[in-house]
Design a protein around this ligand. Structure first.
Ligand SMILES: [Zn+2]
Length: 145
């Protein structure tokens, strides 16, 4: 089993169980608007954040697949007290969304008023580029702006 993402994390660590040299397809995917996960070719377990090896069957024969963009919010938290490294941002909301593939994604939830956010609502998983130019991803409303 992959470890569960935790809202207790002070920052969202996008890729944490993969050597940096192997994460390049992930970043390239984000730049192209795709959020990629890895799938074990042997036992077909899906990993997000991507994993270089399969803890389930110990295979290293992994392939990259594009995740669907529809997620359902399982839990969320509104962060008013920000970690030092996030002081330049306004209060923000992070959420865990479950994709139809079954993986859970921890990401920022943007584009909603706090009063609109509900457990069980459908949101879009969107690859984006931060104002600093870093590829990332977030949950956003489905309607186009
Ligand atoms: Zn496996």
């Amino acid at each position: 089993m992959a470890s569960m993402p935790s809202l207790k994390s002070r920052e969202i660590k996008i890729v944490h169980n993969m050597p940096i040299s192997k994460t390049l397809p992930f970043w390239e995917g984000l730049k192209q608007g795709k959020v990629l996960a890895t799938k074990c070719k042997k036992c077909e377990t899906l990993y997000f954040p991507p994993s270089a090896d399969c803890p389930n069957c110990l295979s290293s024969d992994m392939e990259w697949i594009e995740l669907s963009d529809e997620a359902e919010i399982e839990t969320f938290t509104h962060v008013v007290i920000r970690p030092t490294s996030f002081q330049q941002y306004k209060p923000y909301t992070v959420a865990i969304g479950r994709l139809k593939e079954g993986v859970k994604v921890l990401a920022w939830l943007t584009g909603f008023k706090l009063s609109q956010i509900k457990v069980g609502m459908k949101v879009k998983l969107t690859a984006k580029i931060t104002p600093e130019g870093n590829p990332t991803y977030a949950f956003t409303p489905f309607e186009e702006k």
